[in-house]
Ligand binder design. Structure first.
Ligand SMILES: Nc1ncnc2c1ncn2[C@@H]1O[C@H](COP(=O)(O)OP(=O)(O)O)[C@@H](O)[C@H]1O
Ligand SMILES: [Mg+2]
Length: 253
């Protein structure tokens, strides 16, 4: 079996939290090895997973560019060098590995470089049966087509009307960009009332979402985040953990 997830949504809605909990529950269910991809330069999936990413794909690319310019790359092609540096930036942990995309550093985004990058990322991710891609706000990374095809597209939102409107917009954008997915899951995060907003049925219908999940605003999650503790350490009976676990089981049905 194999399963890939791309998590998207507005900034601050809980993408990284959800991504790390999907990683947690894949591991808890013995669905390993997982490759976690941090595609948001402004957030830290590594910290949420209790590890530290020391380098990024963006930095690897910039280093290779500089070394090629200085003429210090010898006996090895630029592509091989990039491949090597990117594999070095992979952090290995129990049940999962993590790769951070970082920012595109240095001079502009050359199509050629991006194509090489894409093929290296595809090659690395092809070695893992389980993938979790934590995106930056919007669909920028998906639009760079790092991963054009996923099994499950997860759109995270808050419960506000504006938030839910963004879900519809992101869904439309994903279709426009021809991002292919087998299942769409909408997560309404940080619910205080305990119930999903009234508009949710309409949103579910408009987007064709397979599943809609509400996650409570949880004190333990908030406190882990405030104390920079890994979400892998949350208790098994934490209500958010339980819901994500249920979601994985429903997806697998
Ligand atoms: N269900 C939840 N309960 C309590 N706090 C949450 C919950 N989901 C997310 N948070 C907190 O909200 C903040 C933003 O979440 P984060 O996952 O970093 O969002 P994003 O990746 O979308 O920017 C973090 O401090 C996180 O701990
Ligand atoms: Mg994030």
């Amino acid at each position: 079996m194999s399963l890939s997830f791309a998590i998207t949504g507005k900034g601050g809605v809980g993408k990284t939290t959800v991504s790390s909990l999907i990683v947690r529950q894949l591991i808890a269910n013995g669905l390993t090895p997982v490759l976690a991809i941090d595609a948001d330069p402004n957030s830290c999936l590594d910290a949420a997973l209790g590890i530290e990413a020391v380098s990024t794909v963006g930095r690897a690319r910039e280093e290779v560019r500089q070394e090629a310019q200085a003429g210090t790359v010898t006996g090895i092609s630029k592509q091989e060098m990039l491949q090597l540096k990117i594999s070095e930036s992979l952090v290995e942990s129990a049940g999962f590995d993590l790769i951070s995309m970082g920012r595109p550093e240095g001079a502009g985004c050359y199509c050629y470089a991006n194509n090489i990058l894409k093929s290296i990322i595809m090659q690395i991710s092809g070695q893992y049966p389980y993938l979790v891609l934590d995106n930056e706000a919007g669909l920028e990374n998906l639009s760079r087509r790092i991963m054009q095809q996923v099994d499950v597209l997860v759109i995270v939102s808050d419960a506000s009307n504006a938030g839910l409107q963004t879900v519809v917009r992101l869904h439309g954008l994903a279709d426009e960009m021809e991002i292919r997915y087998k299942k769409l899951v909408i997560i309404v995060n940080r619910l205080r009332s305990g119930t999903l907003p009234g508009r949710i049925e309409e949103i579910k219908e408009a987007t064709g979402a397979e599943l809609v999940i509400g996650l409570p605003d949880d004190l333990e999650v908030a406190s882990f985040s405030e104390n920079n503790r890994s979400f892998l350490g949350l208790s098994d009976d934490n209500p958010v953990v339980v819901k994500i676990d249920r979601m994985l089981k429903d997806i697998n049905q």
